[in-house]
Design a binder for this molecule. Structure first.
Ligand SMILES: *[C@@H]1O[C@H](CO)[C@@H](O)[C@H](O)[C@H]1NC(C)=O
Length: 499
Protein backbone atom coordinates (compact mmCIF):
# COMPACT_ATOMS: atom_id res chain seq x y z
CA UNK A 1 0.00 0.00 0.00
CA UNK A 2 1.22 3.48 -0.88
CA UNK A 3 1.91 5.36 2.32
CA UNK A 4 0.58 8.87 2.55
CA UNK A 5 2.02 11.84 4.36
CA UNK A 6 0.69 10.86 7.73
CA UNK A 7 -1.06 13.63 9.56
CA UNK A 8 -2.52 11.69 12.43
CA UNK A 9 -2.09 8.11 13.56
CA UNK A 10 -4.71 6.32 15.62
CA UNK A 11 -4.19 2.94 17.16
CA UNK A 12 -7.35 0.81 17.20
CA UNK A 13 -6.73 -2.57 18.84
CA UNK A 14 -3.77 -3.93 16.87
CA UNK A 15 -4.87 -2.18 13.69
CA UNK A 16 -3.19 1.03 12.55
CA UNK A 17 -5.40 3.65 11.02
CA UNK A 18 -3.70 6.52 9.24
CA UNK A 19 -5.64 9.73 8.93
CA UNK A 20 -4.90 12.03 6.03
CA UNK A 21 -6.47 15.48 5.89
CA UNK A 22 -7.91 17.18 2.84
CA UNK A 23 -6.48 20.63 2.17
CA UNK A 24 -8.11 23.63 3.89
CA UNK A 25 -11.12 24.87 1.95
CA UNK A 26 -11.66 21.53 0.16
CA UNK A 27 -15.41 21.22 -0.56
CA UNK A 28 -17.54 18.07 -0.38
CA UNK A 29 -20.84 17.60 -2.14
CA UNK A 30 -23.25 15.17 -3.74
CA UNK A 31 -25.09 15.39 -7.05
CA UNK A 32 -28.33 14.56 -8.83
CA UNK A 33 -29.97 15.67 -12.07
CA UNK A 34 -33.44 16.91 -12.87
CA UNK A 35 -34.74 14.17 -15.14
CA UNK A 36 -33.30 11.42 -12.95
CA UNK A 37 -34.99 12.53 -9.71
CA UNK A 38 -37.73 15.12 -10.15
CA UNK A 39 -40.67 13.29 -11.67
CA UNK A 40 -43.54 15.72 -12.24
CA UNK A 41 -42.85 15.26 -15.95
CA UNK A 42 -46.14 16.89 -16.91
CA UNK A 43 -46.74 18.97 -13.77
CA UNK A 44 -48.14 22.44 -14.33
CA UNK A 45 -46.94 23.89 -17.64
CA UNK A 46 -43.71 21.88 -17.96
CA UNK A 47 -42.77 21.13 -21.56
CA UNK A 48 -41.82 17.71 -22.92
CA UNK A 49 -38.13 16.79 -22.96
CA UNK A 50 -36.31 14.37 -25.27
CA UNK A 51 -36.20 11.87 -22.39
CA UNK A 52 -39.96 12.17 -21.81
CA UNK A 53 -40.44 11.47 -25.51
CA UNK A 54 -37.98 8.58 -25.52
CA UNK A 55 -39.38 6.67 -22.53
CA UNK A 56 -42.98 7.11 -23.69
CA UNK A 57 -42.50 6.34 -27.38
CA UNK A 58 -39.75 3.68 -27.17
CA UNK A 59 -40.09 1.84 -23.84
CA UNK A 60 -37.73 -0.90 -25.14
CA UNK A 61 -34.94 1.69 -25.08
CA UNK A 62 -34.89 1.28 -21.28
CA UNK A 63 -33.66 -2.06 -19.84
CA UNK A 64 -36.59 -2.46 -17.44
CA UNK A 65 -39.06 -0.48 -19.61
CA UNK A 66 -39.35 2.02 -16.79
CA UNK A 67 -39.47 5.82 -17.00
CA UNK A 68 -38.88 8.83 -14.80
CA UNK A 69 -42.46 10.16 -14.84
CA UNK A 70 -42.29 10.03 -11.04
CA UNK A 71 -38.69 8.88 -10.34
CA UNK A 72 -37.76 9.99 -6.79
CA UNK A 73 -40.69 12.45 -6.86
CA UNK A 74 -38.25 15.17 -5.86
CA UNK A 75 -40.57 17.65 -7.52
CA UNK A 76 -42.73 17.12 -4.43
CA UNK A 77 -40.23 15.66 -1.94
CA UNK A 78 -37.36 18.15 -2.42
CA UNK A 79 -37.41 19.17 1.24
CA UNK A 80 -36.70 15.57 2.16
CA UNK A 81 -33.67 15.61 -0.19
CA UNK A 82 -32.39 18.78 1.41
CA UNK A 83 -32.76 17.20 4.83
CA UNK A 84 -30.45 14.36 3.70
CA UNK A 85 -27.93 16.83 2.27
CA UNK A 86 -27.93 18.67 5.58
CA UNK A 87 -27.74 15.44 7.57
CA UNK A 88 -24.50 14.58 5.75
CA UNK A 89 -23.03 18.02 6.47
CA UNK A 90 -22.26 18.63 2.79
CA UNK A 91 -20.72 21.91 1.69
CA UNK A 92 -22.67 21.90 -1.58
CA UNK A 93 -25.42 20.11 -3.47
CA UNK A 94 -25.15 19.81 -7.23
CA UNK A 95 -28.51 19.56 -9.01
CA UNK A 96 -29.73 20.52 -12.46
CA UNK A 97 -32.45 22.75 -13.83
CA UNK A 98 -34.83 21.15 -16.28
CA UNK A 99 -34.80 23.42 -19.33
CA UNK A 100 -38.41 22.53 -20.30
CA UNK A 101 -39.59 23.04 -16.71
CA UNK A 102 -38.23 26.59 -16.66
CA UNK A 103 -38.93 27.38 -20.33
CA UNK A 104 -41.90 25.17 -21.33
CA UNK A 105 -41.55 26.00 -25.03
CA UNK A 106 -37.75 25.85 -25.04
CA UNK A 107 -37.46 29.55 -25.86
CA UNK A 108 -36.95 32.40 -23.43
CA UNK A 109 -40.12 34.32 -24.31
CA UNK A 110 -42.14 32.38 -21.75
CA UNK A 111 -40.85 31.56 -18.29
CA UNK A 112 -42.82 29.08 -16.20
CA UNK A 113 -43.94 30.58 -12.88
CA UNK A 114 -44.03 27.09 -11.45
CA UNK A 115 -40.54 26.26 -12.67
CA UNK A 116 -39.20 29.49 -11.21
CA UNK A 117 -40.96 28.83 -7.89
CA UNK A 118 -39.61 25.26 -7.70
CA UNK A 119 -35.95 26.11 -8.28
CA UNK A 120 -36.18 29.16 -6.03
CA UNK A 121 -37.48 26.91 -3.26
CA UNK A 122 -34.62 24.42 -3.70
CA UNK A 123 -31.97 27.16 -3.83
CA UNK A 124 -33.37 29.05 -0.85
CA UNK A 125 -33.85 25.81 1.06
CA UNK A 126 -30.22 24.85 0.57
CA UNK A 127 -28.94 28.25 1.61
CA UNK A 128 -31.14 28.23 4.70
CA UNK A 129 -29.44 24.95 5.63
CA UNK A 130 -25.95 26.36 5.04
CA UNK A 131 -25.40 24.38 1.84
CA UNK A 132 -24.16 26.02 -1.38
CA UNK A 133 -26.18 25.26 -4.52
CA UNK A 134 -24.08 24.12 -7.52
CA UNK A 135 -26.36 24.35 -10.52
CA UNK A 136 -26.11 22.51 -13.83
CA UNK A 137 -27.99 24.15 -16.69
CA UNK A 138 -28.12 21.15 -18.99
CA UNK A 139 -28.15 17.56 -17.81
CA UNK A 140 -29.55 15.97 -20.99
CA UNK A 141 -33.26 16.91 -20.88
CA UNK A 142 -33.49 19.02 -24.03
CA UNK A 143 -36.93 20.49 -24.79
CA UNK A 144 -38.42 18.14 -27.42
CA UNK A 145 -39.45 21.14 -29.49
CA UNK A 146 -35.80 22.10 -29.94
CA UNK A 147 -34.99 18.50 -30.91
CA UNK A 148 -37.69 18.72 -33.56
CA UNK A 149 -35.78 21.72 -34.90
CA UNK A 150 -32.53 19.76 -35.10
CA UNK A 151 -31.43 19.88 -31.47
CA UNK A 152 -27.67 20.05 -30.95
CA UNK A 153 -26.98 19.64 -34.69
CA UNK A 154 -28.63 23.00 -35.46
CA UNK A 155 -26.12 25.88 -35.07
CA UNK A 156 -28.96 28.12 -33.80
CA UNK A 157 -29.01 26.13 -30.57
CA UNK A 158 -25.89 28.03 -29.51
CA UNK A 159 -27.98 31.19 -29.05
CA UNK A 160 -31.03 29.31 -27.75
CA UNK A 161 -28.85 27.88 -24.99
CA UNK A 162 -27.30 31.29 -24.26
CA UNK A 163 -30.84 32.73 -23.98
CA UNK A 164 -31.83 29.97 -21.54
CA UNK A 165 -28.65 30.51 -19.54
CA UNK A 166 -29.38 34.26 -19.32
CA UNK A 167 -32.85 33.51 -17.90
CA UNK A 168 -31.36 31.17 -15.29
CA UNK A 169 -28.64 33.69 -14.34
CA UNK A 170 -31.20 36.51 -14.14
CA UNK A 171 -33.44 34.48 -11.84
CA UNK A 172 -30.90 32.66 -9.67
CA UNK A 173 -27.35 34.06 -9.96
CA UNK A 174 -27.87 36.31 -6.95
CA UNK A 175 -27.87 33.12 -4.84
CA UNK A 176 -25.88 30.63 -6.94
CA UNK A 177 -22.15 31.16 -7.35
CA UNK A 178 -21.06 27.90 -9.00
CA UNK A 179 -22.52 26.88 -12.35
CA UNK A 180 -22.00 23.94 -14.69
CA UNK A 181 -23.20 24.80 -18.18
CA UNK A 182 -23.40 21.33 -19.74
CA UNK A 183 -23.02 17.94 -18.12
CA UNK A 184 -20.92 15.45 -20.08
CA UNK A 185 -20.95 16.88 -23.60
CA UNK A 186 -19.49 13.54 -24.70
CA UNK A 187 -22.60 11.72 -23.50
CA UNK A 188 -24.83 14.37 -25.06
CA UNK A 189 -23.19 14.04 -28.48
CA UNK A 190 -21.54 10.65 -28.71
CA UNK A 191 -24.22 8.92 -26.62
CA UNK A 192 -27.15 10.84 -28.10
CA UNK A 193 -25.95 10.49 -31.71
CA UNK A 194 -24.72 6.89 -31.53
CA UNK A 195 -28.17 5.73 -30.47
CA UNK A 196 -27.23 5.02 -26.85
CA UNK A 197 -29.05 7.90 -25.12
CA UNK A 198 -31.89 10.26 -26.08
CA UNK A 199 -32.55 11.47 -28.72
CA UNK A 200 -31.39 8.03 -29.90
CA UNK A 201 -30.28 9.24 -33.32
CA UNK A 202 -27.71 7.02 -35.00
CA UNK A 203 -25.36 9.31 -36.90
CA UNK A 204 -21.92 8.98 -35.44
CA UNK A 205 -20.16 10.15 -38.61
CA UNK A 206 -21.82 13.56 -38.91
CA UNK A 207 -24.43 14.16 -36.20
CA UNK A 208 -22.21 13.48 -33.19
CA UNK A 209 -19.51 15.81 -34.51
CA UNK A 210 -21.90 18.66 -35.39
CA UNK A 211 -23.23 18.29 -31.86
CA UNK A 212 -19.70 18.44 -30.47
CA UNK A 213 -19.00 21.79 -32.08
CA UNK A 214 -22.34 23.34 -31.08
CA UNK A 215 -22.22 22.10 -27.53
CA UNK A 216 -18.81 23.73 -27.10
CA UNK A 217 -19.99 27.01 -28.65
CA UNK A 218 -23.16 26.95 -26.52
CA UNK A 219 -21.11 26.44 -23.37
CA UNK A 220 -18.80 29.27 -24.36
CA UNK A 221 -21.65 31.68 -25.19
CA UNK A 222 -23.26 30.98 -21.82
CA UNK A 223 -19.89 31.57 -20.16
CA UNK A 224 -19.50 34.92 -21.97
CA UNK A 225 -23.07 35.97 -21.10
CA UNK A 226 -22.19 35.46 -17.44
CA UNK A 227 -18.85 37.28 -17.79
CA UNK A 228 -20.39 40.26 -19.54
CA UNK A 229 -23.68 40.64 -17.69
CA UNK A 230 -23.39 39.01 -14.25
CA UNK A 231 -19.78 38.44 -13.18
CA UNK A 232 -19.07 41.93 -11.85
CA UNK A 233 -22.13 41.78 -9.63
CA UNK A 234 -22.05 38.19 -8.38
CA UNK A 235 -18.44 36.96 -8.83
CA UNK A 236 -19.59 33.42 -9.57
CA UNK A 237 -17.60 30.66 -11.28
CA UNK A 238 -18.58 28.55 -14.30
CA UNK A 239 -17.35 25.54 -16.16
CA UNK A 240 -18.46 22.50 -18.12
CA UNK A 241 -18.37 18.96 -16.67
CA UNK A 242 -16.51 16.53 -18.91
CA UNK A 243 -16.81 12.78 -18.46
CA UNK A 244 -13.36 11.29 -18.74
CA UNK A 245 -12.23 7.74 -18.21
CA UNK A 246 -8.56 6.92 -17.70
CA UNK A 247 -7.11 5.33 -20.86
CA UNK A 248 -3.82 3.44 -20.69
CA UNK A 249 -2.01 1.56 -23.50
CA UNK A 250 -2.17 -2.24 -23.51
CA UNK A 251 1.43 -2.52 -24.73
CA UNK A 252 4.18 -0.03 -25.58
CA UNK A 253 3.11 -0.34 -29.22
CA UNK A 254 -0.35 1.01 -28.32
CA UNK A 255 0.77 4.42 -27.04
CA UNK A 256 -0.06 6.31 -30.22
CA UNK A 257 -3.59 4.90 -30.54
CA UNK A 258 -4.10 5.57 -26.81
CA UNK A 259 -3.15 9.23 -27.20
CA UNK A 260 -5.54 9.54 -30.14
CA UNK A 261 -8.31 7.73 -28.23
CA UNK A 262 -7.89 10.19 -25.35
CA UNK A 263 -8.11 13.13 -27.74
CA UNK A 264 -11.13 11.66 -29.52
CA UNK A 265 -13.03 10.73 -26.37
CA UNK A 266 -12.38 13.77 -24.18
CA UNK A 267 -9.67 16.02 -25.65
CA UNK A 268 -12.33 16.90 -28.24
CA UNK A 269 -14.31 18.51 -25.41
CA UNK A 270 -11.36 19.87 -23.37
CA UNK A 271 -8.67 21.10 -25.73
CA UNK A 272 -10.88 23.83 -27.28
CA UNK A 273 -11.64 25.20 -23.79
CA UNK A 274 -8.56 24.59 -21.64
CA UNK A 275 -5.54 24.48 -23.95
CA UNK A 276 -3.38 27.56 -24.54
CA UNK A 277 -3.87 27.34 -28.31
CA UNK A 278 -7.59 26.51 -28.37
CA UNK A 279 -9.33 24.70 -31.23
CA UNK A 280 -9.42 20.95 -31.82
CA UNK A 281 -6.56 18.77 -30.58
CA UNK A 282 -4.10 19.00 -33.52
CA UNK A 283 -3.42 15.25 -33.88
CA UNK A 284 -7.14 14.52 -33.88
CA UNK A 285 -7.87 17.32 -36.35
CA UNK A 286 -5.29 15.84 -38.77
CA UNK A 287 -6.60 12.32 -38.29
CA UNK A 288 -10.21 13.34 -38.90
CA UNK A 289 -9.30 15.37 -41.99
CA UNK A 290 -7.34 12.44 -43.48
CA UNK A 291 -10.03 9.93 -42.64
CA UNK A 292 -12.81 12.09 -44.06
CA UNK A 293 -10.85 12.54 -47.28
CA UNK A 294 -10.32 8.78 -47.62
CA UNK A 295 -14.04 8.29 -47.13
CA UNK A 296 -14.77 10.68 -50.01
CA UNK A 297 -16.05 13.66 -48.04
CA UNK A 298 -15.25 17.10 -49.47
CA UNK A 299 -14.27 18.40 -46.01
CA UNK A 300 -13.48 17.04 -42.57
CA UNK A 301 -16.41 15.49 -40.74
CA UNK A 302 -15.04 17.27 -37.65
CA UNK A 303 -16.46 20.72 -38.39
CA UNK A 304 -13.86 23.47 -38.52
CA UNK A 305 -13.86 26.36 -36.06
CA UNK A 306 -13.43 29.92 -37.34
CA UNK A 307 -10.74 32.03 -35.65
CA UNK A 308 -13.50 33.91 -33.80
CA UNK A 309 -15.00 30.65 -32.57
CA UNK A 310 -11.62 29.44 -31.35
CA UNK A 311 -11.25 32.65 -29.34
CA UNK A 312 -14.81 32.44 -28.02
CA UNK A 313 -14.33 28.93 -26.64
CA UNK A 314 -10.73 29.21 -25.50
CA UNK A 315 -10.49 30.11 -21.82
CA UNK A 316 -14.24 29.81 -21.18
CA UNK A 317 -13.77 28.35 -17.71
CA UNK A 318 -13.12 29.30 -14.10
CA UNK A 319 -12.24 25.74 -13.06
CA UNK A 320 -12.04 22.28 -14.62
CA UNK A 321 -15.19 20.18 -14.01
CA UNK A 322 -14.44 16.45 -14.10
CA UNK A 323 -16.86 13.52 -14.00
CA UNK A 324 -14.89 10.31 -13.54
CA UNK A 325 -15.93 6.69 -12.94
CA UNK A 326 -13.74 4.16 -14.69
CA UNK A 327 -10.69 3.15 -16.76
CA UNK A 328 -9.89 1.34 -20.01
CA UNK A 329 -6.91 -0.36 -21.62
CA UNK A 330 -6.45 0.67 -25.24
CA UNK A 331 -5.03 -1.35 -28.13
CA UNK A 332 -5.19 -1.09 -31.88
CA UNK A 333 -7.91 -3.39 -33.25
CA UNK A 334 -6.72 -6.35 -35.33
CA UNK A 335 -7.46 -6.08 -39.09
CA UNK A 336 -11.07 -7.10 -39.69
CA UNK A 337 -11.86 -7.23 -35.97
CA UNK A 338 -15.41 -6.09 -35.34
CA UNK A 339 -15.97 -3.80 -32.39
CA UNK A 340 -19.35 -3.36 -30.82
CA UNK A 341 -21.18 -0.05 -30.71
CA UNK A 342 -20.92 -0.17 -26.95
CA UNK A 343 -17.13 -0.62 -27.08
CA UNK A 344 -16.69 3.12 -26.66
CA UNK A 345 -16.68 6.12 -28.94
CA UNK A 346 -13.09 5.59 -30.07
CA UNK A 347 -13.80 2.09 -31.41
CA UNK A 348 -15.50 2.76 -34.73
CA UNK A 349 -13.81 6.04 -35.53
CA UNK A 350 -10.24 5.07 -34.66
CA UNK A 351 -10.18 1.28 -34.70
CA UNK A 352 -9.22 1.36 -31.05
CA UNK A 353 -10.27 -1.59 -28.93
CA UNK A 354 -11.05 -0.66 -25.34
CA UNK A 355 -10.55 -3.42 -22.81
CA UNK A 356 -10.44 -3.79 -19.08
CA UNK A 357 -8.12 -5.69 -16.77
CA UNK A 358 -9.36 -8.92 -15.19
CA UNK A 359 -8.71 -7.68 -11.65
CA UNK A 360 -10.81 -4.54 -12.15
CA UNK A 361 -14.06 -5.32 -10.37
CA UNK A 362 -17.32 -4.57 -12.22
CA UNK A 363 -20.09 -2.52 -10.63
CA UNK A 364 -23.77 -3.13 -11.45
CA UNK A 365 -23.25 -0.90 -14.49
CA UNK A 366 -21.34 -3.14 -16.91
CA UNK A 367 -19.24 -0.16 -18.08
CA UNK A 368 -18.08 0.70 -14.57
CA UNK A 369 -14.80 -1.13 -13.86
CA UNK A 370 -13.09 -0.17 -10.63
CA UNK A 371 -9.51 1.15 -10.97
CA UNK A 372 -8.92 3.87 -8.36
CA UNK A 373 -5.39 4.71 -9.61
CA UNK A 374 -7.00 5.81 -12.87
CA UNK A 375 -8.38 8.90 -11.16
CA UNK A 376 -4.96 10.01 -9.90
CA UNK A 377 -3.44 9.36 -13.34
CA UNK A 378 -6.17 11.40 -14.99
CA UNK A 379 -5.78 14.31 -12.56
CA UNK A 380 -2.05 14.36 -13.27
CA UNK A 381 -2.70 14.24 -17.01
CA UNK A 382 -5.11 17.18 -16.85
CA UNK A 383 -2.48 19.25 -15.04
CA UNK A 384 0.20 18.18 -17.49
CA UNK A 385 -1.95 19.04 -20.53
CA UNK A 386 -3.76 22.16 -19.42
CA UNK A 387 -1.64 23.60 -16.63
CA UNK A 388 -2.22 24.23 -12.95
CA UNK A 389 -5.99 24.62 -13.23
CA UNK A 390 -8.40 24.33 -10.29
CA UNK A 391 -10.24 21.02 -10.63
CA UNK A 392 -13.66 20.31 -9.18
CA UNK A 393 -14.55 16.62 -9.35
CA UNK A 394 -18.18 17.02 -10.35
CA UNK A 395 -19.11 13.29 -10.26
CA UNK A 396 -17.66 10.03 -9.00
CA UNK A 397 -19.54 7.02 -7.70
CA UNK A 398 -20.43 3.34 -7.81
CA UNK A 399 -23.51 1.34 -8.77
CA UNK A 400 -25.03 -1.79 -7.27
CA UNK A 401 -28.43 -3.43 -7.63
CA UNK A 402 -31.54 -3.48 -5.47
CA UNK A 403 -32.01 -1.45 -2.35
CA UNK A 404 -29.78 -3.20 0.16
CA UNK A 405 -28.39 -0.78 2.70
CA UNK A 406 -25.20 -2.62 3.57
CA UNK A 407 -23.07 -1.41 0.68
CA UNK A 408 -19.45 -2.08 1.58
CA UNK A 409 -18.44 -2.26 -2.07
CA UNK A 410 -19.56 1.35 -2.50
CA UNK A 411 -17.74 2.38 0.67
CA UNK A 412 -14.55 0.79 -0.66
CA UNK A 413 -15.00 2.56 -3.97
CA UNK A 414 -15.35 5.98 -2.30
CA UNK A 415 -12.49 5.30 0.09
CA UNK A 416 -10.12 4.08 -2.63
CA UNK A 417 -10.97 6.85 -5.10
CA UNK A 418 -10.76 9.56 -2.42
CA UNK A 419 -7.38 8.17 -1.42
CA UNK A 420 -6.20 8.70 -5.00
CA UNK A 421 -7.55 12.26 -4.93
CA UNK A 422 -5.48 12.90 -1.82
CA UNK A 423 -2.39 11.41 -3.46
CA UNK A 424 -2.89 13.65 -6.48
CA UNK A 425 -3.14 16.65 -4.15
CA UNK A 426 -0.29 15.81 -1.76
CA UNK A 427 2.16 13.97 -4.02
CA UNK A 428 1.48 15.49 -7.43
CA UNK A 429 0.39 19.01 -6.36
CA UNK A 430 -2.76 18.84 -8.48
CA UNK A 431 -5.18 21.60 -7.42
CA UNK A 432 -8.32 19.59 -6.67
CA UNK A 433 -10.69 21.95 -4.84
CA UNK A 434 -13.69 19.71 -4.27
CA UNK A 435 -15.33 16.33 -4.69
CA UNK A 436 -18.89 15.38 -5.63
CA UNK A 437 -20.36 11.97 -4.89
CA UNK A 438 -22.75 10.62 -7.53
CA UNK A 439 -25.37 10.25 -6.32
CA UNK A 440 -27.29 11.55 -3.33
CA UNK A 441 -30.17 9.19 -4.14
CA UNK A 442 -30.94 6.11 -6.17
CA UNK A 443 -32.50 7.46 -9.33
CA UNK A 444 -33.46 6.78 -12.93
CA UNK A 445 -30.18 5.61 -14.47
CA UNK A 446 -31.02 6.46 -18.11
CA UNK A 447 -31.21 3.33 -20.30
CA UNK A 448 -30.58 1.13 -17.25
CA UNK A 449 -33.79 2.41 -15.71
CA UNK A 450 -33.87 1.37 -12.04
CA UNK A 451 -31.70 -1.75 -12.51
CA UNK A 452 -28.55 -0.06 -11.22
CA UNK A 453 -28.40 2.15 -8.16
CA UNK A 454 -25.86 4.86 -7.38
CA UNK A 455 -27.42 6.33 -4.23
CA UNK A 456 -25.83 7.07 -0.89
CA UNK A 457 -29.51 6.87 0.07
CA UNK A 458 -31.70 4.12 -1.32
CA UNK A 459 -35.13 4.93 -2.68
CA UNK A 460 -37.98 2.42 -2.66
CA UNK A 461 -39.50 2.98 -6.11
CA UNK A 462 -42.30 0.46 -5.41
CA UNK A 463 -43.79 2.69 -2.72
CA UNK A 464 -45.86 5.74 -3.72
CA UNK A 465 -44.16 7.61 -0.87
CA UNK A 466 -40.69 6.94 -2.37
CA UNK A 467 -39.11 6.52 1.07
CA UNK A 468 -35.38 7.28 1.30
CA UNK A 469 -33.08 5.27 3.58
CA UNK A 470 -29.43 5.90 4.47
CA UNK A 471 -27.01 3.31 3.20
CA UNK A 472 -23.82 2.48 5.12
CA UNK A 473 -22.01 4.55 2.48
CA UNK A 474 -24.02 7.65 3.47
CA UNK A 475 -22.73 7.27 7.02
CA UNK A 476 -19.22 6.63 5.72
CA UNK A 477 -19.24 9.73 3.48
CA UNK A 478 -20.69 11.77 6.34
CA UNK A 479 -17.76 10.74 8.52
CA UNK A 480 -15.25 11.79 5.85
CA UNK A 481 -17.00 15.14 5.40
CA UNK A 482 -17.10 15.73 9.18
CA UNK A 483 -13.44 14.77 9.71
CA UNK A 484 -12.27 16.50 6.49
CA UNK A 485 -9.92 13.54 6.39
CA UNK A 486 -9.68 10.01 5.14
CA UNK A 487 -8.92 7.14 7.45
CA UNK A 488 -6.90 4.89 5.23
CA UNK A 489 -7.83 1.33 6.12
CA UNK A 490 -10.00 -1.23 4.40
CA UNK A 491 -13.53 -2.06 5.44
CA UNK A 492 -13.86 -5.81 5.88
CA UNK A 493 -15.57 -7.04 2.75
CA UNK A 494 -16.07 -10.59 1.57
CA UNK A 495 -16.07 -9.52 -2.09
CA UNK A 496 -12.92 -7.44 -1.94
CA UNK A 497 -10.03 -8.90 -0.04
CA UNK A 498 -7.56 -6.02 -0.21
CA UNK A 499 -6.40 -5.95 3.38
C1 LIG B 1 -49.42 13.22 -16.44
O1 LIG B 1 -48.81 11.98 -16.68
C2 LIG B 1 -49.44 10.88 -16.02
C3 LIG B 1 -48.60 9.67 -16.32
O2 LIG B 1 -47.34 9.81 -15.74
C4 LIG B 1 -50.88 10.74 -16.48
O3 LIG B 1 -51.50 9.69 -15.76
C5 LIG B 1 -51.62 12.04 -16.25
O4 LIG B 1 -52.91 11.95 -16.80
C6 LIG B 1 -50.88 13.20 -16.89
N1 LIG B 1 -51.51 14.45 -16.51
C7 LIG B 1 -51.84 15.39 -17.37
C8 LIG B 1 -52.44 16.62 -16.79
O5 LIG B 1 -51.64 15.27 -18.57
Amino acid sequence: MCLLVVVGVLAVANERVDSQSFPPGFQFGAATSAYQIEGGWNASDKGESIWDRMVHSRPDFIDDRSNADVACDSYNLWEEDLRLVQEMGLDFYRFSISWPRLLPHGFSNKISEDGRRYYNAVIDGLRARGVAPVVTLYHWDLPQRLQDLGGWTNPLIVEWFADYARVAFTLFADRVSTWITINEPGSVCDGGYRGLLAPGVRDREIGALLCTKHVLLAHARAYRVYQEEFKAKYLGELSIANQESWYEPKTDQDMEITLLAREYSFGRYSHPIYSAAGGWPPALERYMADNSKKEGYPRSRLPAFTQDEIQLVKGSFDFYGLNHYTSRVVRAAAPGESLSRRAGVAAEELGAALETRPHWKTAASSWLKVNPEGLRNLLKLIKQQYGDVKILITENGYSDTGHQLDDHDRINYYKDYLEQVLLAVTEDAVRVVGYTAWSLLDNFEWTSGYTSRFGLYSVDFTSPMRPRAARASARYYTSVVRARALRVTRVADTHNATA
